[in-house]
Design a protein around this ligand. Sequence first.
Ligand SMILES: [Fe+2]
Ligand SMILES: [Fe+2]
Length: 352
Amino acid sequence: VSAGPVIPHDTPPAPARRTALPRARGPVSGILLEVVRCAPGMPVELPLVEATPALLADDDVQLALYLCYELHYGELAGVDDAWEWDPGLLAFRAVLERAFEGALRQAVPPAHAPPPPEVVPTALQALVAADDAPPLSRYVERRATREQVRELLVHRSAYQLKEADPHSWAIARLSGPPKAALVEVQADEYGGGRAERIHATLFAKAMAAVALDPRYGSYLERLPGVTLATVNLMSLLGLHRRHRGAIVGHLAAFELTSSLPNRRYANGLRRLGFGADATDFFDEHVTADAVHEQVAAWDLAGGLAHAEPQLGDDILWGAAALLQLEARWARRLLDAWERGESSLLAPRATSR
Ligand SMILES: [Fe+2]
Ligand SMILES: [Fe+2]
């Protein structure tokens, strides 16, 4: 007779995903933050948002979109959960999504025709190889201060504390070989059956080890639009079935650009005297993602291109969109640090 799972005494309960509502940053987040404090069903004013490249780093709009998506991942403190599927709020979100996608397609023009399925994996590798993103990981490895490394973790916390979740939306939308490949990667991201090895949990451990608050959502107030856009991209691609090619390409490019930078981040943390609790997350990705990049490029992206050849250009576009937003984000950090400033929003920033 099975005694059931043994839960060690020192395993803390999984913390709730509850994000405190931040302050509004402008008219668009202002509409959202006002309405979600009311009962669902309240009419939601539709904002005017233009699809311009500046939108990709707009503090106000990216915060509003981030909060719309957050209703699918966790609780917003004081907000009725029924807002998640409120038609008025979904219409509001659709306005932001159309503008965001329009801005992305201006920055990263889509290809005119899908590539042959068999070239998709090598085309992904070529995209990544040709990427000339600012050398953030090199800077962290060699020069960053302890405060700058802590900022890096604050920026990354918006995604890393829910790591893998946006790509998991796509599991239900795939079948056959690409579905099996995606689940293989995600199983590792979720710890392979060991809760303490869930990558989001390893990231929380790293935050605590560098004296940051590891609770979900605790730094939202400090995150600029350029950072929130990197997470909004994943939520946009993951939540819409028509973007299943792009979210697969996004994950493949994410894995292809992970192993080496994470080695450098770990080296930077060790250089600064941080211990194993701080570096575990990064060391884990050096080895895990050396495998994931193969599975994601060949079995997942290549497998989807074979199953649905018309998605080949979407797969490459999702990868290129990731590289584009990551480069803009890295540039913001390096530029701020070059000036001797913080790359985060000021603690009491309330407007653009
Ligand atoms: Fe991971
Ligand atoms: Fe991975």
